[in-house]
Design a protein around this ligand. Structure first.
Ligand SMILES: [Zn+2]
Ligand SMILES: [Zn+2]
Length: 310
């Protein structure tokens, strides 16, 4: 451990110009909210995802009892004590897959659109989303926030069926949940990095597999980029170049580091000392350190040890 001054802050808000559900910053903020509100120990209780057989209504089983079985499995996975879910199928407005009546716990009523009677493979995905709303309510979090709901589902191991419902074919597009495929893939990628778990064996949809692979690549890159000491050589070279540029500008009398030296990975600020700010690759909290220091820090939010070479 070192004695450099470490500062922490909330991650950046949604990137301007991105529609809701399509910005990775929304996912980062939602993951940060999870660690902040639940504690790292609670988050780590969810290191294993729900198995496919628990979240799939089989063709050979009774629709209602199979759906109740899946709802119960989700309640168990999310560790919701005494919670009981009653599911009914009913016609819903176009674009709506399901809903849960909140504020009624511990007995909740979930409605699923009746078209899912003929679409059993996605019933688990609809339930995963609705039961996660219940989870957020139980933990006194923003339970009506759909982005937080989908990210929580993905991060705590019940959300992979939602991404698996993302399919495109010549004449149709199917997608459950409020996160776009890239953001959903990224949320699952962040989970994979944090828990060393590979969801690919459970993903059957081509779109879902490709979104997950891309999302994992971004999440893994965040885990191996400067100013972390484990940065790959290309990331380290870019960082050194950005820092040199900032220093040249400050030497020439600039009041503050130039905006061009900012990147979505890190940003420089201040003068003496010059500091660099970046997201914790696990919990997304913004971490600020003086430059030109080597420090092993224990992230205040998630407890991850981060070897930093700024
Ligand atoms: Zn919802
Ligand atoms: Zn952290």
């Amino acid at each position: 451990m070192s004695d450099v001054e470490v500062r922490y802050g909330a991650p950046a808000p949604r990137t301007p110009g991105n529609d809701r559900g399509w910005s990775l910053d929304e996912v980062r903020r939602a993951i940060y909210t999870l660690y902040r509100r639940l504690s790292p120990d609670t988050v780590h209780e969810f290191s294993a995802s729900i198995p496919a057989e628990d979240v799939t209504v089989r063709r050979d089983e009774d629709l209602i009892s199979g759906t109740q079985r899946v709802a119960h499995a989700l309640v168990e996975h999310l560790r919701l004590p005494d919670t009981r879910i009653t599911v009914t199928f009913t016609p819903m407005p176009p674009g709506r897959a399901g809903r849960v009546l909140l504020g009624t716990g511990p007995q909740y009523s979930v409605e699923i659109d009746s078209t899912f009677v003929g679409r059993r493979r996605d019933i688990g995905a609809v339930l995963a989303h609705e039961v996660t709303h219940v989870f957020l309510e139980y933990h006194h979090m923003r339970y009506e926030d759909e982005i937080l709901t989908d990210t929580t589902a993905a991060y705590l191991g019940v959300g992979w069926p939602l991404l698996d419902s993302h399919r495109t074919a010549a004449y149709y597009t199917e997608r459950l949940g409020y996160l776009g495929s890239p953001a959903f893939g990224y949320a699952l990628g962040r989970r994979a990095v944090a828990f060393s778990e590979d969801p690919l064996p459970w993903l059957t949809s081509t779109d879902a597999r490709s979104a997950y692979r891309s999302g994992y690549a971004v999440a893994y890159q965040e885990w191996t980029q400067a100013p972390l000491a484990s940065a790959d050589p290309a990331s380290r070279r870019r960082y050194d170049k950005d820092l040199a540029q900032v220093r040249r500008r400050l030497d020439r009398g600039a009041a503050r580091p130039h905006a061009a030296a900012k990147s979505d990975r890190y940003a420089f600020s201040g003068r003496s000392p010059l500091r660099v700010t970046f997201n914790c690759p696990i919990c997304s909290v913004r971490i600020s350190l003086p430059v030109a220091s080597r420090a092993e820090i224990c992230c205040q939010m998630c407890g991850t040890l981060l070897d930093c070479d700024t």
